[in-house]
Structure formats: C-alpha cells, structure tokens
Design a protein around this ligand. Structure first.
Ligand SMILES: Cc1ncc(COP(=O)(O)O)c(C=O)c1O
Length: 445
C-alpha cells in the first residue's frame, strides 16, 4: 500500500538554495523541475546498492542511478576500497602516476576502437576533445551530430538554452536524425569538404535500421570525416566494449564516462592511434587530468564489470522489467498510453496521451505513484548490477498499482492534473534532433 512521506528537510535546504544557487541544481536533470515538486525528495543523503536515502530519512529503490554512472550500485565495496586505498596514498600528484597507464591498458583491452586513451573528468571533456582531434586531423571545422553530447558551446548553440554562446557555433554544428542517412548526407552536401566529424550516440531506444551504423561510417569516410561514437551511456552497459562491440561497427574515436568508474568522476577519449596522437599538436591538459581517484575507481570498476558480466545481468533483469511492464500495460488496458521501449539494459517508458492527456502529467502521475511505493524514477531504467530479481518484482507490483490508478482516472473521466499532489514535471530543455525523445504516432515525448 502506498504511503505519503515527509520532505520537510529537503524543502528547508531548497529554500536556502533558491537564494544562492542559480537554477537550483548543479545538474539540470537532478533539479526540482524533473520530479513532482511538493511530492518528490529534493536532496539525497546516501546510497547503497540500488537504494538511496533522502535527507528526511526516506528510502527509495533508485532507477535514475545518478543519471547512469552507478552501474555496480551505490558505494560499491570494491570500488570504495580502491578509492580509499588511493586516498591514503594521495589523490593527485606533482608528476604522473602509473594508474594513468594501467587504466589506459584496461580500456584498450576492452573497447574495440581503443588503441590509445586520454582522460577527462566530465563526459563533455571527452566529446569536446574528440571534436578537437577530428578538427586537427582533417583541418576542417564543421560537426555533424546526433544525440546529446554535453554542455559545451558547439552543442548548446542549437538549443533554446544558448544564452551566452557565440553565434558562430550555430553555423558549425549540424544535427542529423537517427536512422536517416539522407539527413546526414544533406550536411555533407551543404558543407562540401568542411565536415570534420560525425559524432553520435550509437544506440538509444531506437534500433539501427538497414545497417545504419555501418552506413554512417561508410558515408563519414567517403566524405573525409572521422566517426566518433559517444558511448558515455552505452559504454560498459550495452556490452563491456559498448555499442561498438554489440553492433560490430568500430568507430575512429569513442567518448566514455559514467559507468567506467561507477560514479567517481572520470571520462576518456579513446580511438585509433593515428588520430589520438594529434593531441601532441594541440592542448588538452588540466590540473585534475591525471587525478588518481577516478582512475583508481575505474581500475576496480572495469575488472568487476568483466568478472561479474554486469552487462549480461542488466540485459537479464532488464528483459524481465520490460516484458513485465508491457504485459501489465496490456492486461490493465493502458498499452495505448504507456509502453516500455529500448534495449533491455536501458529501457524508457513512453507516454502517449491519445489527445486526452498531457504527457508530462502522465509522467508526473506515474512518478508520484512510484514514489509513494518507495521508488525513485524519471521514466527510464538505469539498471545496475545491484538491481536484483526481487527489486524488479517489487517494481512491477508498483507499476501495477500506478497503471491501475491511471486506468481508473481514464474510466472515471477524472482530471489527471487533479490527481497529482504537487507541481508536475516540467519539460527538459529542447534539443535539436533529440532522438532520445521517442516518437510514437508522430508525437514527441
Ligand atoms: C551520451 C552523452 N554524452 C555526453 C554527456 C555529457 O556528459 P557529462 O554530463 O558528464 O558532461 C552525456 C550526459 O548525460 C550523455 O548522456
């Protein structure tokens, strides 16, 4: 049975933040706009395995998992031990540290395209330097991109949150659509001899059609551009070697972050030696580039992902969750409204209001009902090794209750907004060609 809970301490902290923290949160998708305000907790205090506890002491089974990096579970014992041991030795030094080479060698053993590696801290460090490498190698400036790649100027230029971004970036960065080779070719044709790189998320919820990834690679090379897979979500999750291992399409460059170090900051750019060594002619250097904490975490995390076959586990529990959700939606009679889509290791719930309901209110209602059952959720399942069969079973029970509640709203003709006990989730900032937004019946979700 669902229960309401107190978020008094969360609210107290947020009242302080509103006065001094612009936009309220350090990470857009962790802020109050993405969770039903007035119902959801705002601040988490700790996590262990697949569970988190908020500052008011409420416990939740988490499907957000800090926006994907937590692939083993929060506070994983092996990663924590490695980090603590490294802290005792020192976190960052005046000269290089052997870990830089050790983790490089592990990534080379794991990721098909990796012949050389350099490290950053945020995913955006890796995608930015990948673009710089391609520009250095080709002597060209334009970028063709598909998916989300970070906060830097060239990406944000074409979104509606681009205040402060110099206009010229818009002229250099061009988005294309997934499974739409023509949209990519039109970029090459509009900018002959000027496109340095095709950068894309290789797999999201859409399956590549007609050999799409191999065709993109062929086209990029035909027009003299490099191909970079942004595997910041897919790396170590879809397969140990990422989407490139799963699909057999090896790009020239790859960005990695998130799962590589189970939530301790680390990112990496890797790829063909000939291209990576362009970094000897350009500047990619910062104080924390060789910081040993993220490296120690990755040094423990990568072998554990291999040892435990974590991707195999994610596919197995993910399939149970996906099939279970879709069966429930059918049985309850709401399959036209909700669907669980995507690869089992990372699925997403879609919302189709059938011209009767607002998608964000649908998402808010489900989120609220899951929260009342002790589940933290933002419409996707960032599964981890710590999500076990019993967690999936508990989640399906919570989905059953939430979907049944929604069916009652439909059957009784109730106003959906009135069933939401706080402020509904607000839109994610609009990105151009956001193929993470799954389209059903021509509607963007
Ligand atoms: C595919 C992809 N690329 C790049 C990024 C940017 O990574 P970060 O937020 O660590 O800079 C993200 C972050 O969510 C991502 O999902």
């Amino acid at each position: 049975m669902s229960k309401k809970f107190s978020i008094a301490k969360s609210d107290e902290i947020y009242a302080r933040a509103q006065k001094v923290v612009p936009a309220g949160s350090q990470t857009f998708s962790k802020g109050v706009t993405q969770f039903v305000e007035g119902v959801a907790p705002k601040y988490l205090h700790r996590g262990k395995g697949a569970n988190v506890w908020d500052v008011d002491g409420n416990q939740f089974l988490d499907y957000v998992m800090a926006c994907h990096p937590i692939i083993l579970g929060y506070a994983d014992d092996d990663v924590n031990r490695a980090v603590v041991e490294q802290l005792e030795l020192g976190s960052t030094f005046s000269l290089m540290n052997e870990l830089e080479v050790e983790v490089t060698e592990k990534i080379i053993e794991t990721v098909p395209c990796a012949e050389a590696v350099r490290f950053g801290k945020n995913g955006a460090d890796a995608t930015s330097v990948g673009v710089r490498i391609a520009r250095a190698v080709t002597g060209r400036e334009h970028i063709a991109y598909c998916g989300y790649h970070g906060w830097h100027d060239w990406y944000i230029a074409n979104t509606d949150l681009n205040s402060g971004v110099p206009e010229f970036n818009k002229q250099l960065a061009h988005s294309f659509n997934y499974n739409d080779l023509d949209s990519l070719e039109s970029i090459f044709k509009a900018h002959p001899g000027e496109v340095a790189i095709v950068i894309m998320e290789p797999l999201t919820v859409l399956e590549p059609k007609d050999n799409f990834l191999a065709e993109v690679k062929k086209m990029a090379h035909h027009y003299g551009a490099l191909l970079m897979f942004d595997e910041i979500i897919t790396g170590f999750r879809f397969a140990i070697g990422g989407a490139q291992e799963l699909t057999g399409v090896t790009p020239d460059l790859t960005s990695l972050a998130k799962a590589v170090s189970n939530g301790i900051p680390l990112s990496a750019i890797c790829g063909k030696k000939d291209y990576l060594f362009a970094l000897e002619q350009t500047f990619f250097s910062f104080t924390y580039g060789g910081d040993c904490i993220g490296l120690a975490a990755a040094n423990a995390c990568i072998p554990k992902i291999q040892r435990e076959d974590v991707p195999g586990h994610l596919w197995k529990v993910g399939e149970k969750l996906k099939d279970g959700f879709n069966t429930l939606a059918e049985e309850i009679g709401v399959a036209d409204f909700f669907q669980c889509v995507g690869y089992p290791c990372r699925t997403v719930i879609t919302f189709d209001g059938q011209d009767r309901y607002n998608d964000l209110e649908m998402k808010s209602y489900i989120q609220q009902e899951l929260l009342y059952d002790g589940i933290l959720w933002a419409a996707y399942h960032a599964l981890s090794w710590a999500h076990k069969d019993e967690d999936i079973e508990r989640t399906l029970k919570a989905y059953e209750r939430a979907l049944t509640g929604f069916k009652k709203i439909v059957d009784k003709g109730l106003d959906l907004r009135s069933q939401i006990d706080g402020i509904p989730v607000r839109p994610v900032f609009r990105k151009v060609a956001d193929f993470n937004s799954y389209t059903r019946k021509g509607k963007k979700v």
